[in-house]
Ligand binder design. Structure first.
Ligand SMILES: NC(=O)c1ccc[n+]([C@@H]2O[C@H](COP(=O)([O-])OP(=O)(O)OC[C@H]3O[C@@H](n4cnc5c(N)ncnc54)[C@H](OP(=O)(O)O)[C@@H]3O)[C@@H](O)[C@H]2O)c1
Length: 269
């Protein structure tokens, strides 16, 4: 986009940019010639990310809006796109839920919220962006999870939500084949972030948010549309799907975990 100084800057939107992987992606792309729109709910945390990105040369705008406000989000996204012609969007905002530390099952309110944010909220944005990019091109990258690839008994709604997002994105990719719209899907394993710090249990091969963001950028720039990491965990999960359910559960149980509820959970933050 032409910014206030008349320079042409690539316009990027990153949701969930107030911390974790979203902040790391923002820092990864915060170079000269980048205009970043940092989207989330917590204005102070978004502004912290914004300051770090400005120090690296990006121009930055922050936007606080819950992605569950579906029609307000569509309106705001369309206005944004009018203003700065979005080239790349990382749909990264997400929440997690699961079995509670005392062994109680995932609260139903948490399950519904997880689906609303991770599936509905992100699908709403992907659908609108793809329509707007149809004529001119652009790239939408949906942050799913390796949890999309196998139904983990400790976080049913999270797996379902990430699977819904990934399947929707794959269908969208096929629907827009032959147009200049590219749809990427990222399936991360464990990434060190506020979200993973609420998980109680083994987190094999957890990577830092900075390493995850660098890997995602490198793979996207190399032309990949499907990015799953770490490789060994991704292969292991794909193998689980080849086994009959009882055998797969035997292995999956070895990686069982509990999830400390977040601030919005009725089980208390
Ligand atoms: N950490 C992992 O091990 C892991 C593994 C696989 C996939 N992922 C995925 O990676 C993405 C980033 O997660 P993370 O690990 O960086 O966790 P995180 O630090 O908890 O970040 C999630 C971000 O999403 C934003 N968000 C949540 N609900 C929102 C809503 N309703 N509207 C707008 N923004 C919302 C939060 O911003 P506010 O606080 O400002 O609302 C937060 O900054 C998520 O989609 C997650 O599912 C993470």
């Amino acid at each position: 986009m032409p910014d206030r100084n008349g320079e042409n800057r690539r316009c990027m939107v990153i949701t969930g940019a107030g911390g974790g992987l979203g902040r790391a992606l923002a820092l990864e792309y915060a170079a000269l010639q980048t205009h970043l729109v940092l989207w989330g709910r917590n204005a102070a945390r978004l502004e912290e990310t914004g300051e770090l990105c400005r120090e690296r040369g990006a121009s930055v705008r922050t936007l606080s809006l819950d992605i569950r406000a579906l029609s307000a989000v569509r309106e705001r996204l369309a206005e944004l796109d009018e203003e700065c012609r979005i080239d790349l969007a990382f749909l990264n905002a997400g929440v997690s839920s699961g079995s509670l530390p005392d062994g109680a099952p995932e609260p139903v309110e948490d399950a519904c919220r997880t689906l609303e944010v991770n599936a509905l909220g992100n699908i709403n944005m992907a659908a609108l962006l793809a329509q707007r990019m149809r004529g001119r091109g652009g790239r939408i990258v949906c942050i799913s999870s390796l949890a999309a690839l196998y139904p983990l008994p400790d976080s049913p709604a999270y797996c379902a939500s990430k699977s819904a997002l990934a399947v929707y994105a794959r269908a969208l990719r096929a629907a827009y084949a032959g147009t200049p719209v590219r749809i990427g899907i990222v399936y991360p394993g464990y990434v060190d972030s506020p979200m993973s710090r609420r998980i109680l249990g083994p987190q094999p091969m957890r990577v830092s948010a900075g390493d995850a963001a660098a890997l995602i950028r490198a793979r996207l720039e190399a032309g990949a549309d499907d990015i799953a990491f770490p490789l060994f965990t991704a292969l292991g999960i794909r193998c689980l799907n080849l086994l009959p359910d009882p055998a797969a559960y035997f292995f999956a149980r070895r990686f069982g975990f509990k999830v400390r509820p977040d601030d919005e959970s009725p089980a208390g933050g």
